[in-house]
Design a protein. Structure first.
Length: 359
């Protein structure tokens, strides 16, 4: 048999081609159907623990049930994602999960702007409360951090948060403590995030499929229709992708843009502070000029430019071009930065030009 770089298989009767080494999940994602993947995050790869992504694989006369996130795609197999057996199986798994967590309509609403995979699975498979309720996981002590709320009553022990923290962010701030229903997510130093190595990157919040971890800073009103708009974090020169949440009138929060080259990674500033200054009462929206009493007064842009050019010319005439310094911005386009350095060097005559991307 000749080895090729491609694998041809069928998913629900549809011919699909993937690369050698791809998992079945990759092939399924190329179709209209999807399977719940409650323990899977692309950035950390497969764990194969939640079993929600189980599919039927027909190879010749044999039928096997495999986790599509771990099973390597093979030539000439047929994959079925929604047979009656699989639908029943996923429903039962969700019923087991529901017996160990506290889940209601509010919980579903709470996750709609971050990660709503558990809600979506509940909506699709309609589990019932048929298993006896287990004792819930402990709610983590509030360590008075301003960013992350931890409500382990909703934790299904998928361990996406610990994996993303340890393997992706490499912060090693949280780990698993205990086993089975007694297991809980634990951070060092008395389970307080503020005292641990947590950098408040927020990745655990974004990967958590149930809302057990949530963003304390985004207060979403459940009645309003919020929208998301792709943008760039306004802080450093890296320019990570964010999605701004708004109700059409006001910016309400930001979540990472997983399609951006930054793949959803953000630092504490991008995650929790890239938007709220927009609504600040202290934000400068007009040019201000000090009056003769030393108090700032609003002036027109024309007036501001006039005063600026007078003072600039006076400084250059009296003290030379090197008495000025020019700051470009990481948040404008390359052409604008180019023009500013050209202006500083050739019009003003100084090399005192810098950009915040450098730091
Ligand atoms: S915010 Fe980041 S560093 Fe802190 S626990 Fe979550 S993933 Fe780890
Ligand atoms: S807190 Fe969320 S991400 Fe972490 S194990 Fe529990 S359900 Fe999974
Ligand atoms: S996503 Fe495949 S086992 Fe959880």
């Amino acid at each position: 048999m000749i080895e090729t770089d491609f694998i041809n298989l069928k998913v629900n009767g549809e011919n699909i081609t993937v690369s050698t080494g791809d998992r079945l999940l990759h092939a399924i994602k190329k179709t209209q159907k999807s399977v719940p993947t409650l323990c899977y995050d692309d950035r950390i790869g497969p764990q194969g623990t939640c079993r929600m992504c189980l599919v039927e694989v027909k190879k010749g006369q044999n039928i096997n049930y495999v986790a599509s996130c771990t099973y390597l795609a093979e030539n000439d197999i047929e994959v079925f994602t929604h047979s009656d057996t699989l639908i029943d199986y996923r429903k039962t798994l969700l019923e087991l999960s529901l017996s160990e967590i506290k889940w209601d309509d509010q919980s579903s609403e709470k996750t709609k702007l971050t990660n709503n995979e558990f809600s979506a699975a509940v909506k699709e498979y309609k589990p019932e409360n048929i298993f006896p309720e287990l004792e819930k996981r402990e709610v983590a002590k509030d360590d008075l951090n301003p960013f992350i709320a931890r409500d382990y009553d909703k934790c299904i022990a998928c361990y996406r948060c610990t994996n993303i923290c340890n393997d992706w962010e490499q912060a090693s701030a949280i780990t698993i403590d205990g086993r089975g229903q007694d297991s809980k997510i634990f951070s060092f130093f008395d389970n307080k995030l503020m005292k641990s190595d947590c950098t408040f990157c927020g990745q655990c919040v974004n990967t958590c499929p149930t809302g057990a971890l949530s963003n304390k800073k985004i207060e979403i009103s459940l009645e309003k229709k919020e929208t998301k708009t792709k943008s760039i974090c306004p802080y450093c020169g890296v320019g990570c992708g964010i999605e701004l949440i708004s109700d059409g009138k006001k910016v309400l929060g930001a979540t990472p843009d997983f399609d951006a080259p930054s793949l959803g990674s953000l630092c504490v500033k991008g995650q929790f502070a890239s938007w709220d200054f927009v609504n600040s009462q202290e934000r400068l929206t007009d040019p201000l000029l000090k009056n003769k009493n030393g108090e700032f007064e609003k002036v027109s842009w024309e007036k501001a430019y006039e005063v600026f050019s007078q003072k600039l010319n006076a400084s250059i005439e009296n003290n030379g071009p090197d008495s000025t310094v020019w700051w470009a911005s990481a948040r404008v386009v390359t052409e604008a930065n180019y023009l500013l350095q050209k202006f500083a060097r050739t019009v003003v005559g100084t090399n005192n030009i810098d950009n915040c991307s450098r730091t």
